[in-house]
Design a protein around this ligand. Sequence first.
Ligand code: CMC
Length: 391
Amino acid sequence: MSVSEYTPANVCEYIPGLENIPAARSSISYVDGQQGRLEYRGIAIEELAAKSTFLETAYLLIWNKLPTREELKKFETEIYSHRRIKYRIQDMMKCFPETGHPMDALQASAAALGLFYSRRALPNQDYIRQAVVRLLAKIPTMVAAFQLMRKGNEPVRPRDDLDYSANFLYMLGEKVPDKLAARIFDVCLILHADHTMNASTFSARVTASTLTDPYAVVASAVGTLAGPLHGGASEEVIEMLQKIGSVENVRPYVEQCLENDPKYKFMGFGHRVYKVKDPRAIVLQNLAKELFQQSHDDSDKYYDIAVELEKVIEEKVGHKGIYPNVDYYSGLVYRKLGIPADLFTPVFAIARVAGWLAHWREQLGENRIYRPTQIYTGQHQSSYVAIEQRS
Ligand code: CMC
């Protein structure tokens, strides 16, 4: 037996996690981690958060243009009329265990759409449009439906008179949200809609490159987003703030963590690309502040704790480029909107569907199946050993 390390000709060194290796040419989004800048199709995220809506932003990401008033109206109307999900999908979802994670329920439900619609991606504009409309329309309904079903309730039917975000909050909480809550939720969706070549987007593009259907593309990306290294630390940020409990406890908590482990990782801080405060965290912090100012209850202290924690962590580890990322304030916002902690990642997925679909369309436009190589580290010419002779 011989063991070899075989590197095919023209292959450079192995880079774990493909760090800094371009996996596609893309014009969808852009990040400058030093300046703290994120753009969708060249437009700064702050401007979209202030002036756009999630569906308009989705249109921009997918079709690389801001829609005219008529185009946007048509797109919204199509999406609003496709928000219902088939009884057979609902019946399937009713069989899911109520203890199952909502991300697993979403992945299975998204894949199930492929049972009802076309199997193969066709590079024609009508096919792409239909898939975009169905996925953007139905994913929020499926997230809300599972939330109600796991509590033993019937899902709430979408309401045609409510816009995208108001309707999702209505289906989830069984009551029409106020205008501010719906607008803030819509801005959260804009902020999470795309973020260059991250793990789930890469997953979506690899799946897309086989020309399978777009429901499989989204289901594979949902599965990737679900992992704890990607899907978001916002759930754990809330747990950390609860553990700290008061503004006075912030400094002793941080000092204790760093004394026990000088490399302690605070949830919601740090980013592979951003070395300054994540621009999405800045917008989210303002939204959190607005929400916390609007209504006061016993959870109000968490915003103040979060602000103090950011200050102390910056003082202690800011020199390493550790600042709040998108997950730091998003959990606070979602919690205040009445969204349960284990739905934070499915809500992330509702937004990211827009980005995944934009990458699906871009991939189809210039497709070559992904087929990377490997550096083989196994054996050669080994003998087959009969089962009775194996130790
Ligand atoms: N708190 C304190 N110190 C940190 C943190 C943190 N959250 N993150 C990194 N550091 C330190 C780390 O100890 C290291 O220090 P030193 O130079 O002394 O060895 C230095 O900063 C560089 O860290 P790294 O681990 O090499 O950084 P990375 O780029 O590999 O990791 C990260 C990025 C996001 C995985 C990491 O910062 C982290 O685990 N953060 C906490 C979890 C979190 O908030 N995740 C959400 C990420 S944003 C959403 C998404 O992309 O899906």
